[in-house]
Write a protein that binds this ligand. Structure first.
Ligand SMILES: NC(=O)c1ccc[n+]([C@@H]2O[C@H](COP(=O)([O-])OP(=O)(O)OC[C@H]3O[C@@H](n4cnc5c(N)ncnc54)[C@H](O)[C@@H]3O)[C@@H](O)[C@H]2O)c1
Ligand SMILES: O=C(O)CC[C@@H](O)C(=O)O
Length: 411
């Protein structure tokens, strides 16, 4: 088992929002014992207190790791988002502090796509209203407003991993797929790019959103875009709550312009399962409301738990930043006969020569050296033939270099 200059028993792992038990098992199997596990996100004050003590934190989509929160994370070495989205983390602030952020970019893709396909069929058949009526003792056996999805147009906004997957599933049941993306994408199956967002909105019977949360996607679908959608069409949003102006959507549904919607994500979501959910869409029979469960299948959560925990363990044990979303990527081999020094620094002139000076003065043999930089930070990994004591001394000397953000030794 890999050892670190800091005893593993003292490395504190803080896991929030009920991440899969697999994550806990993965950490324990790698020798990490101090695991603080919570089923909810934490209120800001408590989050700041706990993150101040944590070396590794695992979150899902609810916990906001803002620059303000990260300023308290004095000991933190890595962040794991046990999901696809990483918008809840201030990635630039984490990078500036020398903290890599990892996620699971594909583990719940299929789960979201399956749900969206099911919702498309349910909405086109007006099942949400019929279901609600039956529950109230009503009986509305009628084909009015109910359609097959065969030969209908599905408009996919954001043709990435999820968007392409839903496109293929939709074609399998006979839908015609058009898509809009900000970058040129390979069209899969018979899908065709639209002539921009407006064109897609004007042509689609079902519009489904699969963009990330960014400043550009905030209110991407507002009153104007909803008005462009075909009368009687439906909207599905399983991306992020900020992408749709929810009040404008409520109005478009009330007016009857849209026939229905399926919404999984909301501008403000409850912190946990015991907290109330409030939405202008609540109580509308033609709206499927789900509590941000697009990616919540046991298969997806098991995979995510293992995948993200393994990336965090690998970074902590070995220094590899492969697939980090905000950090220079270094894929490192094992180092069975060398001590490994990891140095994360601001990318400023002269720092590399100071790092090299430390090694040349120590007179140790360098067995391997890895370097990746981006305009903000640099990440240098040096494997040396050295005793533990020498490695400790090297770590102290490296940490003293001005511009150092984080420095660790692995034995
Ligand atoms: N509801 C859930 O439980 C759930 C689960 C997984 C992912 N998500 C959300 O779905 C999002 C998409 O996931 P993915 O894996 O497909 O991501 P992805 O990065 O593979 O695809 C996103 C696509 O959106 C495109 N895009 C970005 N900005 C755009 C814009 N302004 N207009 C049009 N296209 C734009 C990108 O170019 C990219 O092709 C995630 O970022 C996450 O927020 C939600
Ligand atoms: O599990 C979650 O909280 C988020 C799921 C989903 O939105 C994602 O980004 O993967």
């Amino acid at each position: 088992m890999a050892t670190t200059s800091f005893p593993k028993s003292d490395i504190r792992v803080l896991l929030l929002e009920g991440v899969s038990a697999n994550a806990v098992e993965t950490f324990r199997a790698a020798g990490y014992e101090s695991i603080d596990y919570h089923t909810k996100s934490l209120p800001d004050d408590e989050l700041k207190q706990r993150i101040a003590e944590a070396h590794i934190i695992g979150i899902r989509s609810r916990t906001q790791l803002s620059a303000d929160v990260l300023a308290h994370a004095r000991r933190l070495i890595a962040i794991g988002c046990f999901c696809i989205g990483t918008n809840q983390v201030d990635l630039a602030a984490a990078q500036a502090a020398g903290i890599p952020v990892f996620n699971a970019p594909y583990s719940n893709t299929r789960s979201v796509a399956e749900l969206v396909l099911a919702e498309a069929i349910m909405l086109m058949r007006r099942i949400p209203e019929k279901n609600a009526q039956c529950h109230r003792g009503g009986w509305s056996k009628s084909a009015a407003g109910s359609f097959e999805v065969r030969d209908k147009v599905l408009g996919v906004v954001g043709y990435g991993h999820i968007g392409t997957q839903i496109g293929l599933l939709a074609e399998a049941v006979g839908m015609r797929v058009i898509f809009h993306d900000v970058i040129t994408k390979l069209a899969l199956g018979n899908a065709r790019p639209s002539d921009g967002l407006d064109d897609l909105l004007e042509r689609a019977d079902i519009v489904t959103l699969h963009v990330p949360e960014t400043p550009q996607t905030r209110d991407l679908i507002g009153a104007e875009q909803l008005a462009r959608m075909r009368k009687g069409s439906v909207l599905i949003n399983a991306s992020r709550g900020t992408v749709v102006d929810i009040d404008a959507l409520a109005e478009a549904l009330r007016s009857g312009h849209l026939a229905g919607a399926a919404i999984d994500v909301f501008p403000v979501e409850p912190q946990g399962n015991d907290d109330p959910f409030v939405s202008p869409l609540a109580g509308m029979d033609n709206v499927i409301l789900t509590p941000h469960v697009g990616g919540s299948t046991l298969e997806a959560q098991d995979n995510i738990g293992r995948e993200v925990a393994a990336k965090l363990v690998r970074y902590s044990d070995n220094g590899s930043t492969l697939s980090a979303v905000n950090f220079p990527e270094v894929n490192l081999p094992e180092h069975p006969s060398s001590r490994r020094l990891l140095h994360i620094h601001r990318n400023q002139p002269g720092i590399l020569s100071q790092i090299n000076d430390v090694f040349s003065k120590a007179g140790v043999n360098i067995d391997g050296q890895y370097l990746q930089t981006n305009p903000t930070i640099g990440y240098v990994v040096v494997d040396v033939s050295a005793t533990r004591e020498q490695a400790d001394q090297l770590k102290v000397a490296l940490a003293a270099i001005p511009g150092t953000l984080r420095c660790r030794a692995l034995y």
